[in-house]
Unconditional design. Sequence first.
Lengths: 356, 341
Amino acid sequence: MSTSVTGPAPGQDVPPVPPVSSEAAARRDLDADTRRNLYATMVLSRTYELAIVREYHADKGPGFDIGKGLVPGEMHLSAGQEPVAAGVCAHLTKDDAVTATHRPHHFAIAHGVDLERMTAEIFGRETGLGRGRGGHMHLFDPAVHFSCSGIIAEGYPPALGAAFAFSRRPGNRIAVAVTGEGAANQGAFHESLNLAAVWKLPVVFIVEDNEWGISVPRTASTAIASNADRAAAYGIPGERIEDNDVEAVYEAAGRAVARARAGEGPSLIEVATLRMLGHFEGDAQGYRPELAEVPQHDPIPRYEARLREAGVLDDAAVEQIANEATSRVEAAITFAKESPLPDPAEVLKYVFAEEA
Amino acid sequence: MTSTVTTPVRRLNTSKAMVEAIAQEMRVDDSVVYLGEDVGSYGGIFSSTAGLLDEFGRERVIDTPISETAFIGLGIGAATEGMRPIVELMFADFMGVCLDQIYNHMAKIHYESGGNVKVPMVLATAVGGGYSDGAQHSQTLWGTFAHLPGMKVVVPSNPADAKGLMTSAIRDDSPVVYMYHKGVMGLPWMAKNRRSIGPVPEGEYVVPIGKAAVAAEGTDVTVVTLSLSVHHALDVAEKLASGGISVEVIDLRTVVPLDREAILESVGKTGRLVVVDEDYLSYGLSGEVIASVVETDVGLLKVPPRRVAIPDTPIPYAHVLEYAVLPTAARIEAAVREVMA
């Protein structure tokens, strides 16, 4: 976490105080239940993505035909980015809104989207969240105010609207808007930050910096090192979390969510995270020189080791969390596979709302 | 018993009629708000919100930054959370800076969600030329909006319809693009047809979306049109009536969903069709209207149909050039005479 530590001014005769690492601070502050829950959310999300990898590639052959199989189409998976969703959504209730991206599964899962209906949507079934009309980039679960958009940065503006509606009603509900780092170069990003700031809307803006806009590295697309610095342009707090650190995300999100709930306006958080898989499934990632090293940066084993060391997890707990995740994910996939396909005769339905 | 005292029919211009509908809905529904550029103190560049700020205050009549993507998207998000926002895009021509929110979000969310998420918002926008505002401020573009599925598109031509269609648009559970022609608003600073001031019912008034109106009955030729061109078509109908040509004028009022039955009924009667459209000629509404007729029964037409539209050029600035491409009364009359020849 890059929270700046104010040191003694030059020439001052004050002994330097070593900065407190966020990890140490988190260890002090976070209780065991919270840490276990963060870990369990990450494991559930990863288990889900790996199961989707399995199902997606099961019947794409011979060769690889993107339009074939039980799960056709583009598939953008979030493995490696779980710390962002887990750390942010831990502060939300189902009454808060989340708008996610074309890579939405981890946020959907962390925010409590109905796993069975989400999976059925990804499998293009009638029981899906969108009755097979949306697909994995277009998941809408109004029960938890979740939506996502396949268009870079364009999920930000609707989050403002949710926040606008919430701010006019009793309660202190907020909206969380998620994009990737590539989106910070889009107009929608800047329009949204400005409007949310000028109207003090209860929004938390999240940027997932996975370093890659499909094949273009961040350094080739973005003029500054931290998109959190862009918050200064709109007079709002901005914070960048390094190292894909779930507890640092949790703490920063806690501050931003509290500020939003208190009616003090929006905040921007960028998280340095990790795209462990391709932009989409089938992407060979030949453009990625560090590819061989990616697995060793996997945030989940790292966090597990940390929690074992802290005595929060042991073999039994890890196994239980893994088993619960597998059981939920496989149940969702079974539900999807056993659900009926949508009826082509009804393809014209839902273009417009039904007349009352 | 019929009252012996007749109340004079109240006449309003189109902008006042539109505002009246908005105010009436805002009074009965807290979730209706109006957002856009210069909609507060200014009252809308084309008087779309005149007086609303005074009655409803800055919490409900809200000036936005010049950030159409952000504030249209905000309207979408507010609508999905149960509000009924009216969001103004100052000129339809500005769709280019915010189209993603309009066609990829506002128009598609209901479908993508399998009907689980409604987007009950109105996108109000000014259209049309005729006052030398150049190529980026004079387009109608309703054909472009209409081509993209998921939004209803309404285009009132007169004060009463402006009120009734606004009431319907606000109450509709689907997104509705409400396109008001600057030339029918009755603005004191722009040339206007006399029909831009007309009788408007008091109180609640609803014009159903998707229903065309017979603006003038006739038997020889059908002119299908909308918006300001209705006025020109009615002028032509009046002129030609004395010369023995009976023109029926169909005011579409709604582009999506298109009232094909009304078109077919009229053409079935006259056998002659002229479509007048202040939008670009090709790939648009005029072709759609003709296709609707010939796909139903190619024998309905006694003679080939004619189209009067913008001939696929940007709208020029100089008055003489602009009026060379607009669907003027003279061009409409020539087309009617052609199908009657």
